[in-house]
Design a protein around this ligand. Sequence first.
Ligand code: ADP
Ligand code: MG
Length: 279
Amino acid sequence: MSEHNGTTTADPSPKSNDNSQLSETSLLEVDSLQKSFGGIRAVDDVSFEIRSGSIVGLIGPNGAGKSTTFDLITGVASPDAGSVYFQGRNITGRQPYRNVNQGLVRTFQLSRELDEMTVIENLILAPQDQTGEYFWQPVLPGTRKRVRSEERDLRERVWETLEFFELDHLADEYARNLSGGQRKLLELARALLTDPDILLLDEPLVGVNPTLERKLLGRIHDLNDRGYTFLLIEHDVDVIMENCERVIVMNQGQILADGSPAEVSDDQRVLEAYLGETV
Ligand code: ADP
Ligand code: MG
């Protein structure tokens, strides 16, 4: 059960300061993660931690193991070895839906199924645990009223989110009719409606035109100002260097460098890893 959804009436809202007791520790920590596919060590002894309130970039050449690292963190895949801690709790291999309920969220690619729904239907469906929670609850006096007020809160949050992403004029459009960039915004909006603490975004800018790209990055910074934490995979190294306070570089399943944009871009091993790639 979500511990925080019930208290949020409007989204995107400032994150409450209730993880102040975590300020000395990390929001997310991965320790010696390993995952092989056949003979390939996709993730080979990866460790890092993410502090609450940061925007951290994860970069590296194609095949470096970035997406697999996200899979291991979010429970899409289980590591062969190593651990994932979220808010101090060991969540290694925990099911993705449970992680979503607890505030660890990765952007959802819009599936074909979701394509057949309108933008607003997609968003109302996003925080599924809210309706699901009440659906399974025994019907007690007052429950129906609570469901109705929950639904009203959800509709308000959905409209605020639509406006925040400037998607409100597309509310009744089928998701399949959106441009690539608009779909990215919708994906981010859906993720946001689950009221996450940390958002893991895997190449959110692919297929996004420069205007929308600026807008999406602006939204990420706005949300970060409100207390949301981001871990961002992005192919365009310049985007990462300009928008992240810290950059983790992976290559061949391992972490090559981890530091400020300036530190990382001065690192000879990073430059070498990118040789042969057009950067
Ligand atoms: P990145 O996201 O950095 O481009 P990936 O994490 O997608 O890299 O992939 C890392 C390595 O693991 C690559 O060699 C890729 O081919 C391999 N890999 C990823 N997922 C699978 C899978 N499901 N089955 C087999 N190999 C995989
Ligand atoms: Mg990838």
